[in-house]
Design a protein around this ligand. Structure first.
Ligand SMILES: NC(=O)c1ccc[n+]([C@@H]2O[C@H](COP(=O)([O-])OP(=O)(O)OC[C@H]3O[C@@H](n4cnc5c(N)ncnc54)[C@H](O)[C@@H]3O)[C@@H](O)[C@H]2O)c1
Length: 257
């Protein structure tokens, strides 16, 4: 593609762990459409992974969202790198520990619930708060969700609860930040193979079933999810806020097949 849809826009992309990450699909789409990307990574291990395939010109900032202070520090650094202002954020961050994710909602313990909710839901609030301080008008914040927020998808468990909270937070943030001309939306992506998805018990079955429920029998690609994100970051989407946009090739249309 050679359209300069995002020319001049500075976008923070959070959640690239490796080349299979949805956030990497977003970063690639943003760059292809003329945008500038600032990546954030969780810790040194992720930084090492990123250094293997991210070009040296792309700025990278550490941001473990478990702590508000880290988010504040990261966005202060991002402000300097961006020369004062940014135009958008991709929030593609989620986590639940294996026991919490795999042992059924009924066995979820308080600590596991809180950890998953902190990282997967609350972090959209802390990130939006810091991002809004340095966001240009017509800024756009986009988070990643899954239809396990609404349906009881087998084995999605605690992450479904976290995604429901994430989507609700997204709607409230859209109302509050709308006063500042910032749009907030979520992309409900179809199931794709990433590091995060391997934490879901029976993820191969989930991926297979999901693919079989697409309208054309082929899973949505990370590039397609990235293109949806690029659209939501662009000036073409200023009329869309507080919404969940499906990028799943129609999987959400079918209960069974
Ligand atoms: N893979 C799918 O099928 C699918 C479908 C719908 C939605 N999603 C969502 O897409 C988003 C991206 O996930 P992915 O599938 O690309 O997997 P991924 O494993 O590539 O990305 C998850 C990212 O979250 C980051 N992360 C976890 N804890 C963090 C913390 N404390 N601080 C900062 N970053 C942290 C990881 O470092 C990683 O980069 C997630 O919100 C996920 O729930 C994924």
């Amino acid at each position: 593609m050679s359209i300069d849809l995002l020319k001049g826009k500075k976008i923070v992309v959070m959640g690239v762990a490796n080349k299979k990450s949805i956030a990497w699909g977003c970063a690639k789409a943003i760059k292809e459409l003329g945008g500038e990307v600032i990546l954030t990574y969780q810790n040194d291990r992720m930084k090492t992974s990123l250094e293997r395939f991210v070009d040296a010109e792309t700025p990278m900032v550490e941001c473990d969202v478990i702590d508000d202070a880290n988010v504040e520090k990261a966005f202060a650094e991002i402000k300097d790198i961006a020369g004062g202002k940014i135009d958008g954020v991709i929030h593609a961050v989620a986590y639940a520990d294996r026991d919490t994710l795999q042992n059924g909602v009924i066995n979820t313990k308080q600590a596991g619930f809180n950890l998953a909710a902190d990282i997967s839901s609350y972090s959209l609030i802390s990130v939006s708060r810091e991002a809004a301080k340095i966001m240009n008008e017509h800024g756009s914040i986009v988070t990643l969700t899954y239809m396990g927020s609404t349906y009881a998808i087998p084995n999605y468990n605690m992450m479904g609860i976290a995604k429901a909270a994430l989507e609700s937070a997204m709607r409230y943030l859209a109302v509050e930040l709308g006063e500042q001309g910032i749009n907030v939306n979520a992309i409900s992506a179809g199931a794709v193979r990433t590091l995060a998805v391997t934490g879901v018990k029976g993820h191969s079955d989930l991926l297979k079933t999901s693919e079989s429920l697409t309208t054309d029998g082929k899973s949505v690609s990370k590039q397609e999810i990235g293109n949806t994100a690029a659209f939501l970051l662009s000036d073409l989407a200023t009329g869309i806020t507080g919404d969940v946009i499906y990028a799943d090739k129609g999987v959400h249309l079918f209960s069974t097949k």
